[in-house]
Write a protein that binds this ligand. Structure first.
Ligand code: ADP
Ligand code: MG
Length: 284
C-alpha cells in the first residue's frame, strides 16, 4: 500500500513479541507488543486491508506519511508500519492509563480543575494537528488515551488522520459511529474542516463537567434534529455550581455555525483554560 520508504521490511512478528489485546475500534484490533532487541513496549494496531477501498489507497499513503512526521506530547506517536497480505500494522507509542471514556464512567464527572487539565491538553494536541494541516474528525473520549492520573494525567490523542478514510460519513452510515460528538455540518454532509474538531471538544468538555452528553433524545431522528439546531442547555442541579467561564467556553464551541467556533489556538487563550479563578468544588 505504501511506498517503499514508509514501510518497514519484514513482518511485525520478526521484530515484536505480540501480547494481549488492548482495545478495538471499528476497523482494527490493538495489541501490546515488545520489541525483541530492547524490550521496548509498544502498541500494535492491526488494520484489515479489506477495509481499505482501492480509491483510498493513495490517500492512506499520504496520511501515513503525515502521521509519521507528527510529533507532539499530546498526540500519539506512530513509530513504524508493517504490511502483510491481509493487514497493515501500525506500531505506536504505548499508553497504559486507558481511555478517557472509562475514566468518565468510573468517576461520573470531573472536577473543573481536572476537566480543564484534560481539555487544555486536548486543545494543545489539536492546535498542533491543525497547524500541520490535519483535522482529526473523530474526537471523542474513546480516542483520548490517558497516561497517569489526576494532576499528572497526560492525554494522548489517538486515531487521527485515518478517520478520513475509515470513519467520518461512512462510519455514520454503517452506524458504528455515534453522532454524539459530531458537528451539524458533518451530519448534513456539507464540506467541513478543523471546526468539526472544535465542536467535538465542546461536547467532550460538557460531558467531563456533568457526566452526561449535551444532546440526547429518544430516537436518532430527534437526536439529529437537536444537533442540527445546536439545541442544548445546562440543566440543574449538575450545572448549578459550574463556573460561568466553563459554560462560556462550551458556548463558544457548541455553535451551529462552524465559522463562529473558537479555534484551538483561541481556546488556549480562553479565560476558562488559562484562568486560575475557577470553582474548585468537587462535582462527584
Ligand atoms: P480505531 O481507529 O479502529 O477506532 P483506535 O486507534 O481508536 O482504533 O484504537 C482502538 C482502541 O485500542 C482504543 O480505543 C484504545 O482502547 C486502544 N488503543 C489504541 N491505541 C493504543 C495505544 N497506543 N496504547 C494503548 N491502547 C491503545
Ligand atoms: Mg478509535
Amino acid at each position: 500500500i505504501s511506498s517503499a520508504q514508509d514501510i518497514s521490511a519484514g513482518q511485525v512478528d520478526d521484530f515484536y513479541v505480540v501480547g494481549k489485546e488492548l482495545g478495538r475500534g471499528a476497523f482494527s484490533v490493538v495489541k501490546e507488543g515488545t520489541r525483541k532487541t530492547n524490550n521496548e513496549k509498544v502498541a500494535l494496531k492491526y488494520i484489515e486491508k479489506k477495509f481499505v477501498k482501492k480509491k483510498h489507497i493513495e490517500q492512506l499513503r499520504r496520511e501515513i506519511d503525515i502521521m509519521k512526521k507528527v510529533s507532539h506530547k499530546n498526540v500519539l506517536a506512530l513509530k513504524e508500519i508493517f504490511e502483510s497480505d491481509s493487514h497493515l500494522t501500525l506500531v505506536m507509542e504505548l499508553v497504559t492509563g486507558g481511555e478517557l471514556f472509562y475514566k468518565i464512567v468510573e468517576r461520573g464527572s470531573f472536577t473543573e480543575k481536572d476537566a480543564r487539565n484534560v481539555v487544555r491538553q486536548v486543545c494543545e494536541g489539536v492546535e498542533y494537528l491543525h497547524s500541520q494541516g490535519i483535522a482529526h474528525r473523530d474526537l471523542k473520549p474513546e480516542n483520548l488515551l490517558c497516561s497517569g492520573d489526576g494532576e499528572d494525567m497526560v492525554i494522548k490523542i489517538a486515531d487521527f488522520g485515518l478517520s478520513k478514510i475509515f470513519g467520518g460519513g461512512e462510519a455514520l452510515e454503517t452506524s458504528c459511529g455515534t453522532p454524539d460528538y459530531v458537528a451539524p455540518e458533518v451530519l448534513t454532509g456539507g464540506s467541513y474542516d478543523n471546526a468539526v474538531d472544535m465542536w467535538s471538544i465542546g461536547v467532550i468538555t460538557y460531558i467531563l463537567l456533568c457526566g452526561f452528553p449535551p444532546f440526547y433524545a429518544s430516537s436518532q431522528n430527534l437526536l439529529f434534529e437537536k444537533i442540527l439546531t445546536a439545541d442544548y442547555d445546562f440543566p440543574e442541579p449538575e450545572w448549578t455550581h459550574v463556573s460561568e467561564n466553563a459554560k462560556n467556553f462550551i458556548k463558544k464551541l457548541i455553535v451551529k455555525d462552524p465559522d463562529q467556533r473558537l479555534t484551538a489556538k483561541k481556546c488556549l487563550e480562553d479565560a476558562w483554560i488559562t484562568g486560575e479563578e475557577i470553582n474548585q468544588s468537587d462535582l462527584h
